[in-house]
Write a protein of this length. Structure first.
Length: 255
């Protein structure tokens, strides 16, 4: 089995004591490629360090995560834009909108998001998009900016079937992870209605571990539990579902 974790922060400090072991556990579990989205200015160095250590099984993305948009966001974006010029990045991410905890920097988030959407179009790169408590704003911006040049993943998608349809119509893939294994997550109820060629898999490690690991630190190796659960819901052979989602990720990111 060849799986791709399209969103993992395995460079995070929570892996400082066993990062190499976690990478090996992922490879042993069949997770042969891990895509690393950036968070803020402080995560660029550790992310690149991990990629340099494991160039064959990791790829990197560059972006400013919405919860990290502060007063100095324009300076941070300028640094990230220069980073993208290096040509080593396979995507623009993690970007988006998040008004769950605090809307203090709402205007700045909106501006930062639109700026990074333009990067993706200019560089012909896919996006990894984070959206929480911001669906209406998100759709308004994507509808305005979508001219056929935007593509990517709605990261950690847990919305309604109607919201899924909106994102699919806008040309995006749905990133499904550990939350889909939770009892109260409705995605699995309409999973058969999502086109198979628009599903990609992710962990968002170290967050949101799937059942039966819920409550633990998440890691890429746990992706196998999500894959198994989704294959069961779809009544598909595990290997077949793994193959189609892996192909989707390869095509989207040019792997």
């Amino acid at each position: 089995m060849y799986l791709i974790d399209t969103h993992t922060h395995i460079y995070d400090h929570q892996f400082s004591l066993d990062r190499n072991e976690a990478v090996q556990r992922a490879l042993d579990a069949g997770v042969k490629m891990m895509l690393l989205p950036n968070v803020d200015a402080s995560t660029i160095a550790p992310m690149l360090e991990l990629h340099e250590q494991y160039p064959d099984c990791t790829r990197v993305m560059m972006g400013l995560q919405p919860e990290e948009v502060k007063e100095d966001y324009k300076e941070v974006l300028a640094t990230m834009e220069k980073e993208l010029d290096r040509g080593i990045y396979v995507g623009v991410g993690e970007v988006g909108l998040d008004f769950y905890w605090d809307a203090t920097f709402e205007k700045q988030q909106l501006d930062a998001f639109e700026t990074q959407l333009e990067w993706a179009k200019q560089l012909h790169l896919p996006l990894s998009i984070h959206c929480r408590n911001a669906f209406d704003n998100m759709v308004k911006i994507l509808e305005k900016k979508q001219d056929g040049g935007l593509r990517g993943i709605m990261h950690c998608f847990t919305g309604t079937e109607e919201e899924a349809k909106v994102y699919l119509e806008l040309g995006f893939h749905l990133g499904l992870g550990g939350v889909t294994t939770y009892k109260n997550c409705g995605v699995k109820d309409y999973l058969p209605n999502i086109p198979l060629d628009r599903i990609v898999l992710e962990t968002d490690a170290p967050y949101l571990a799937p059942v039966p690991c819920r409550g633990k630190r998440n890691e890429p190796a746990f992706l196998v539990h999500t894959v198994q659960r989704m294959a069961d819901v779809l009544q598909m052979p595990l290997d077949d579902f793994a193959e189609v989602t892996t192909t989707n990720a390869k095509v989207l990111f040019g792997l």
